[in-house]
Design a protein. Structure first.
Length: 335
Protein backbone atom coordinates (compact mmCIF):
# COMPACT_ATOMS: atom_id res chain seq x y z
CA UNK A 1 0.00 0.00 0.00
CA UNK A 2 1.28 3.48 -0.85
CA UNK A 3 0.18 6.32 1.40
CA UNK A 4 -2.93 4.68 2.86
CA UNK A 5 -5.51 6.71 4.76
CA UNK A 6 -5.02 5.95 8.45
CA UNK A 7 -8.16 5.84 10.60
CA UNK A 8 -7.81 5.76 14.39
CA UNK A 9 -10.68 3.62 15.67
CA UNK A 10 -11.85 3.63 19.29
CA UNK A 11 -12.87 -0.03 19.47
CA UNK A 12 -14.36 0.11 22.96
CA UNK A 13 -17.12 2.71 22.53
CA UNK A 14 -20.85 2.16 21.97
CA UNK A 15 -23.19 -0.80 22.28
CA UNK A 16 -21.81 -4.28 21.54
CA UNK A 17 -18.21 -3.08 21.28
CA UNK A 18 -15.72 -4.23 20.20
CA UNK A 19 -17.58 -6.86 18.14
CA UNK A 20 -19.58 -4.42 16.00
CA UNK A 21 -16.45 -2.28 15.49
CA UNK A 22 -14.44 -5.22 14.15
CA UNK A 23 -17.38 -6.45 12.05
CA UNK A 24 -17.74 -2.91 10.67
CA UNK A 25 -14.05 -2.75 9.82
CA UNK A 26 -14.30 -6.08 7.99
CA UNK A 27 -17.28 -4.85 5.95
CA UNK A 28 -15.60 -1.54 5.11
CA UNK A 29 -12.33 -3.28 4.24
CA UNK A 30 -14.18 -5.53 1.78
CA UNK A 31 -15.22 -2.35 -0.06
CA UNK A 32 -11.98 -0.38 0.18
CA UNK A 33 -8.38 -1.57 0.36
CA UNK A 34 -6.82 1.90 0.71
CA UNK A 35 -7.32 2.18 4.47
CA UNK A 36 -5.05 1.31 7.38
CA UNK A 37 -6.87 0.89 10.70
CA UNK A 38 -5.20 1.78 14.01
CA UNK A 39 -7.47 0.00 16.48
CA UNK A 40 -7.37 1.21 20.11
CA UNK A 41 -8.64 -1.01 22.91
CA UNK A 42 -8.30 -4.28 24.79
CA UNK A 43 -6.04 -6.45 22.64
CA UNK A 44 -7.37 -9.79 23.92
CA UNK A 45 -10.99 -8.82 23.30
CA UNK A 46 -10.23 -7.33 19.89
CA UNK A 47 -8.22 -10.38 18.77
CA UNK A 48 -11.10 -12.62 19.85
CA UNK A 49 -13.35 -10.95 17.27
CA UNK A 50 -10.60 -10.56 14.65
CA UNK A 51 -10.27 -14.35 14.43
CA UNK A 52 -11.38 -15.66 11.04
CA UNK A 53 -11.95 -12.13 9.72
CA UNK A 54 -10.94 -11.47 6.12
CA UNK A 55 -8.55 -8.65 7.00
CA UNK A 56 -4.85 -9.14 6.34
CA UNK A 57 -2.61 -8.07 9.24
CA UNK A 58 -0.82 -5.53 7.01
CA UNK A 59 -4.01 -3.42 7.02
CA UNK A 60 -4.28 -2.88 10.77
CA UNK A 61 -2.54 -2.70 14.12
CA UNK A 62 -3.88 -2.91 17.66
CA UNK A 63 -2.79 -0.35 20.27
CA UNK A 64 -3.55 -2.01 23.58
CA UNK A 65 -5.24 -0.40 26.55
CA UNK A 66 -7.57 -2.02 29.05
CA UNK A 67 -9.04 1.37 30.00
CA UNK A 68 -12.10 2.84 28.34
CA UNK A 69 -14.63 5.61 28.93
CA UNK A 70 -18.06 4.45 30.03
CA UNK A 71 -21.28 5.62 28.42
CA UNK A 72 -22.54 6.93 31.77
CA UNK A 73 -19.40 9.01 32.50
CA UNK A 74 -19.89 12.77 32.48
CA UNK A 75 -17.74 14.72 30.02
CA UNK A 76 -15.80 16.25 32.93
CA UNK A 77 -15.19 12.89 34.62
CA UNK A 78 -14.06 11.38 31.32
CA UNK A 79 -11.65 14.25 30.71
CA UNK A 80 -10.16 13.99 34.20
CA UNK A 81 -9.47 10.26 34.05
CA UNK A 82 -9.52 9.85 30.31
CA UNK A 83 -5.80 9.53 29.66
CA UNK A 84 -4.73 6.04 28.57
CA UNK A 85 -8.30 5.16 27.56
CA UNK A 86 -8.98 3.92 24.04
CA UNK A 87 -10.78 7.17 23.14
CA UNK A 88 -8.04 9.47 24.45
CA UNK A 89 -5.22 7.50 22.78
CA UNK A 90 -7.09 7.42 19.45
CA UNK A 91 -7.55 11.21 19.51
CA UNK A 92 -3.96 11.68 20.64
CA UNK A 93 -2.75 9.71 17.61
CA UNK A 94 -4.47 12.26 15.35
CA UNK A 95 -2.82 15.09 17.26
CA UNK A 96 0.56 13.38 16.82
CA UNK A 97 -0.11 12.89 13.08
CA UNK A 98 0.18 9.09 13.28
CA UNK A 99 -3.49 8.91 12.22
CA UNK A 100 -5.44 11.06 9.76
CA UNK A 101 -8.85 10.94 11.44
CA UNK A 102 -10.54 9.45 14.50
CA UNK A 103 -13.82 7.53 14.73
CA UNK A 104 -15.60 6.56 17.95
CA UNK A 105 -19.05 5.27 18.85
CA UNK A 106 -18.42 6.11 22.50
CA UNK A 107 -19.65 8.77 24.91
CA UNK A 108 -20.47 11.87 22.82
CA UNK A 109 -19.76 14.51 25.46
CA UNK A 110 -16.48 12.86 26.40
CA UNK A 111 -15.39 12.59 22.77
CA UNK A 112 -15.93 16.29 22.13
CA UNK A 113 -14.29 17.47 25.36
CA UNK A 114 -11.25 15.22 24.89
CA UNK A 115 -10.98 16.24 21.23
CA UNK A 116 -11.00 19.93 22.19
CA UNK A 117 -8.37 19.30 24.89
CA UNK A 118 -6.04 17.54 22.44
CA UNK A 119 -6.65 19.32 19.15
CA UNK A 120 -6.33 22.98 18.18
CA UNK A 121 -9.05 25.05 16.57
CA UNK A 122 -8.59 26.11 12.95
CA UNK A 123 -7.42 29.74 12.80
CA UNK A 124 -10.27 32.29 12.61
CA UNK A 125 -12.90 29.80 13.82
CA UNK A 126 -14.28 30.60 17.28
CA UNK A 127 -16.51 27.59 17.92
CA UNK A 128 -16.69 24.01 16.66
CA UNK A 129 -19.97 22.72 15.22
CA UNK A 130 -21.51 19.26 15.22
CA UNK A 131 -22.65 18.32 11.74
CA UNK A 132 -24.88 15.43 10.70
CA UNK A 133 -26.20 13.83 7.51
CA UNK A 134 -29.96 13.76 6.78
CA UNK A 135 -31.79 12.29 3.81
CA UNK A 136 -33.74 14.49 1.41
CA UNK A 137 -35.76 13.81 -1.74
CA UNK A 138 -32.74 14.31 -4.00
CA UNK A 139 -29.86 13.00 -1.90
CA UNK A 140 -28.36 14.02 1.43
CA UNK A 141 -28.28 17.19 3.54
CA UNK A 142 -25.43 18.36 5.73
CA UNK A 143 -27.01 19.98 8.81
CA UNK A 144 -25.18 21.94 11.52
CA UNK A 145 -24.93 22.83 14.39
CA UNK A 146 -26.70 19.88 16.05
CA UNK A 147 -25.91 20.73 19.64
CA UNK A 148 -22.33 21.83 20.24
CA UNK A 149 -23.29 25.50 20.76
CA UNK A 150 -26.56 26.70 22.29
CA UNK A 151 -25.97 30.34 21.34
CA UNK A 152 -24.28 31.52 18.15
CA UNK A 153 -23.21 34.88 16.73
CA UNK A 154 -23.40 36.02 13.11
CA UNK A 155 -19.74 35.08 12.68
CA UNK A 156 -20.36 31.59 14.07
CA UNK A 157 -23.20 30.98 11.60
CA UNK A 158 -21.07 32.24 8.70
CA UNK A 159 -18.25 29.93 9.81
CA UNK A 160 -20.71 27.03 10.04
CA UNK A 161 -21.83 27.76 6.47
CA UNK A 162 -18.27 27.51 5.18
CA UNK A 163 -17.48 24.41 7.23
CA UNK A 164 -20.75 22.71 6.25
CA UNK A 165 -20.20 23.45 2.57
CA UNK A 166 -16.63 22.16 2.78
CA UNK A 167 -17.92 18.94 4.36
CA UNK A 168 -20.61 18.56 1.70
CA UNK A 169 -18.04 19.10 -1.05
CA UNK A 170 -15.75 16.51 0.54
CA UNK A 171 -18.50 13.90 0.69
CA UNK A 172 -20.12 14.77 -2.65
CA UNK A 173 -17.42 16.40 -4.81
CA UNK A 174 -19.54 16.37 -7.98
CA UNK A 175 -22.45 18.30 -6.44
CA UNK A 176 -22.94 22.05 -6.00
CA UNK A 177 -23.13 22.98 -2.31
CA UNK A 178 -26.27 25.06 -1.64
CA UNK A 179 -26.43 26.73 1.77
CA UNK A 180 -29.55 27.99 3.58
CA UNK A 181 -30.19 29.36 7.06
CA UNK A 182 -32.89 27.55 9.04
CA UNK A 183 -35.55 30.10 10.00
CA UNK A 184 -39.23 30.50 10.92
CA UNK A 185 -40.06 31.90 7.49
CA UNK A 186 -38.59 32.50 4.04
CA UNK A 187 -39.09 36.29 4.02
CA UNK A 188 -36.10 38.54 4.73
CA UNK A 189 -37.81 40.22 7.70
CA UNK A 190 -38.49 36.93 9.56
CA UNK A 191 -36.34 35.72 12.44
CA UNK A 192 -34.31 37.24 15.28
CA UNK A 193 -31.59 39.87 14.92
CA UNK A 194 -28.77 37.31 14.69
CA UNK A 195 -30.33 35.35 11.84
CA UNK A 196 -31.30 38.53 9.94
CA UNK A 197 -27.82 40.02 10.29
CA UNK A 198 -26.27 36.72 9.17
CA UNK A 199 -28.53 36.74 6.11
CA UNK A 200 -27.31 40.21 5.16
CA UNK A 201 -23.65 39.28 5.63
CA UNK A 202 -24.00 36.02 3.75
CA UNK A 203 -25.36 37.88 0.75
CA UNK A 204 -22.15 39.94 0.63
CA UNK A 205 -19.82 36.92 0.82
CA UNK A 206 -17.67 36.36 -2.25
CA UNK A 207 -17.21 32.61 -1.84
CA UNK A 208 -16.50 30.04 -4.51
CA UNK A 209 -17.31 27.08 -2.26
CA UNK A 210 -21.12 27.33 -2.20
CA UNK A 211 -24.26 29.06 -3.40
CA UNK A 212 -26.27 30.95 -0.77
CA UNK A 213 -30.00 30.27 -0.99
CA UNK A 214 -31.30 32.46 1.84
CA UNK A 215 -33.70 31.03 4.40
CA UNK A 216 -35.29 27.61 4.66
CA UNK A 217 -38.22 26.58 6.88
CA UNK A 218 -38.29 23.30 8.79
CA UNK A 219 -40.99 21.78 6.59
CA UNK A 220 -38.74 22.18 3.51
CA UNK A 221 -35.58 20.57 4.91
CA UNK A 222 -36.31 17.31 3.07
CA UNK A 223 -37.15 18.92 -0.30
CA UNK A 224 -33.56 18.72 -1.56
CA UNK A 225 -33.48 22.22 -3.06
CA UNK A 226 -30.58 23.02 -0.72
CA UNK A 227 -28.11 20.58 0.80
CA UNK A 228 -26.31 22.50 3.59
CA UNK A 229 -28.59 23.76 6.37
CA UNK A 230 -27.16 26.05 9.04
CA UNK A 231 -28.54 26.92 12.49
CA UNK A 232 -27.53 27.32 16.13
CA UNK A 233 -27.04 24.21 18.26
CA UNK A 234 -30.26 24.61 20.26
CA UNK A 235 -32.50 24.80 17.20
CA UNK A 236 -30.49 22.16 15.36
CA UNK A 237 -30.73 19.65 18.19
CA UNK A 238 -34.50 20.17 18.53
CA UNK A 239 -34.87 19.71 14.75
CA UNK A 240 -32.74 16.55 14.85
CA UNK A 241 -34.71 14.91 17.69
CA UNK A 242 -38.00 15.89 16.03
CA UNK A 243 -36.90 14.38 12.70
CA UNK A 244 -35.70 11.16 14.38
CA UNK A 245 -38.92 10.80 16.35
CA UNK A 246 -41.09 11.47 13.31
CA UNK A 247 -39.18 8.96 11.17
CA UNK A 248 -39.53 6.29 13.89
CA UNK A 249 -43.25 7.03 14.28
CA UNK A 250 -43.92 6.78 10.53
CA UNK A 251 -41.92 3.56 10.19
CA UNK A 252 -43.67 1.90 13.14
CA UNK A 253 -47.15 2.95 11.99
CA UNK A 254 -46.55 1.66 8.46
CA UNK A 255 -45.23 -1.62 9.87
CA UNK A 256 -48.37 -1.97 12.01
CA UNK A 257 -50.64 -1.19 9.06
CA UNK A 258 -48.90 -3.78 6.85
CA UNK A 259 -48.74 -6.59 9.41
CA UNK A 260 -51.90 -6.00 11.46
CA UNK A 261 -54.27 -8.04 9.30
CA UNK A 262 -54.38 -10.40 6.30
CA UNK A 263 -55.12 -7.61 3.81
CA UNK A 264 -52.13 -5.60 5.05
CA UNK A 265 -49.84 -8.64 4.75
CA UNK A 266 -50.98 -9.31 1.19
CA UNK A 267 -50.49 -5.62 0.33
CA UNK A 268 -46.97 -5.66 1.77
CA UNK A 269 -46.07 -8.72 -0.33
CA UNK A 270 -47.35 -7.03 -3.48
CA UNK A 271 -45.39 -3.86 -2.70
CA UNK A 272 -42.27 -5.47 -1.24
CA UNK A 273 -39.87 -3.61 -3.55
CA UNK A 274 -41.33 -0.18 -2.76
CA UNK A 275 -41.43 -0.98 0.95
CA UNK A 276 -37.76 -2.00 0.95
CA UNK A 277 -36.81 1.19 -0.90
CA UNK A 278 -38.74 3.23 1.69
CA UNK A 279 -37.02 1.42 4.59
CA UNK A 280 -33.62 1.98 3.00
CA UNK A 281 -34.31 5.70 2.55
CA UNK A 282 -35.13 6.12 6.25
CA UNK A 283 -32.51 3.67 7.57
CA UNK A 284 -30.37 5.72 10.01
CA UNK A 285 -27.41 3.41 9.40
CA UNK A 286 -27.07 4.89 5.91
CA UNK A 287 -26.45 8.36 7.39
CA UNK A 288 -24.32 7.34 10.36
CA UNK A 289 -21.42 9.58 11.26
CA UNK A 290 -21.62 13.02 12.92
CA UNK A 291 -18.62 15.25 12.30
CA UNK A 292 -17.15 17.77 14.75
CA UNK A 293 -16.05 20.65 12.52
CA UNK A 294 -13.69 23.48 13.42
CA UNK A 295 -10.78 21.52 14.87
CA UNK A 296 -7.56 21.24 12.87
CA UNK A 297 -8.00 17.46 12.61
CA UNK A 298 -11.22 15.60 11.74
CA UNK A 299 -13.26 13.89 14.48
CA UNK A 300 -16.20 11.62 13.60
CA UNK A 301 -18.81 10.26 16.01
CA UNK A 302 -20.69 7.08 15.18
CA UNK A 303 -24.08 6.56 16.82
CA UNK A 304 -23.53 4.42 19.89
CA UNK A 305 -26.54 2.21 19.16
CA UNK A 306 -25.79 1.49 15.51
CA UNK A 307 -24.76 -1.96 14.27
CA UNK A 308 -21.73 -2.99 12.21
CA UNK A 309 -23.36 -1.78 8.97
CA UNK A 310 -23.80 1.71 10.42
CA UNK A 311 -20.24 1.65 11.74
CA UNK A 312 -18.92 0.65 8.30
CA UNK A 313 -20.82 3.61 6.81
CA UNK A 314 -19.17 5.92 9.35
CA UNK A 315 -15.79 4.54 8.25
CA UNK A 316 -16.74 5.45 4.67
CA UNK A 317 -17.47 9.01 5.82
CA UNK A 318 -13.97 9.11 7.39
CA UNK A 319 -12.43 7.84 4.17
CA UNK A 320 -14.10 10.54 2.04
CA UNK A 321 -13.27 13.33 4.49
CA UNK A 322 -9.55 12.55 4.35
CA UNK A 323 -9.41 11.69 0.66
CA UNK A 324 -11.13 14.94 -0.35
CA UNK A 325 -9.14 17.13 2.08
CA UNK A 326 -11.93 18.54 4.24
CA UNK A 327 -9.63 20.40 6.65
CA UNK A 328 -7.71 22.11 3.82
CA UNK A 329 -11.00 23.18 2.23
CA UNK A 330 -12.14 24.79 5.47
CA UNK A 331 -8.81 26.55 6.04
CA UNK A 332 -8.68 27.92 2.51
CA UNK A 333 -12.21 29.33 2.58
CA UNK A 334 -12.16 30.61 6.19
CA UNK A 335 -9.07 32.66 5.41
Amino acid sequence: MSKPIIIAVDAMGGDNAPQKVIDGIELHHSQCKEIYYRIFGDKDLINKFLKNKKIESKYYEIIHTDKNIKGEDSALTAAKRGKDTSMWLAIESVRNKTSDIILSAGNTGALFVIAKLNLKMINNIDKPALSGLWPNKKGINVVLDLGANIECSEKNLKDFSIMGAALHKSLFPDEISKVALLNIGSEELKGNATIKNTFQEMQKLNNQLFEFHGYIEGNHIMDGNVNVIVTDGFTGNVALKTAEGTANFITQEIKKALTGNLLGKISSLLNIKNINNFKKKLDPRSYNGAILLGLDSPVVKSHGGTDYIGFANALSVCEKIVKNELIDKIKTNIN
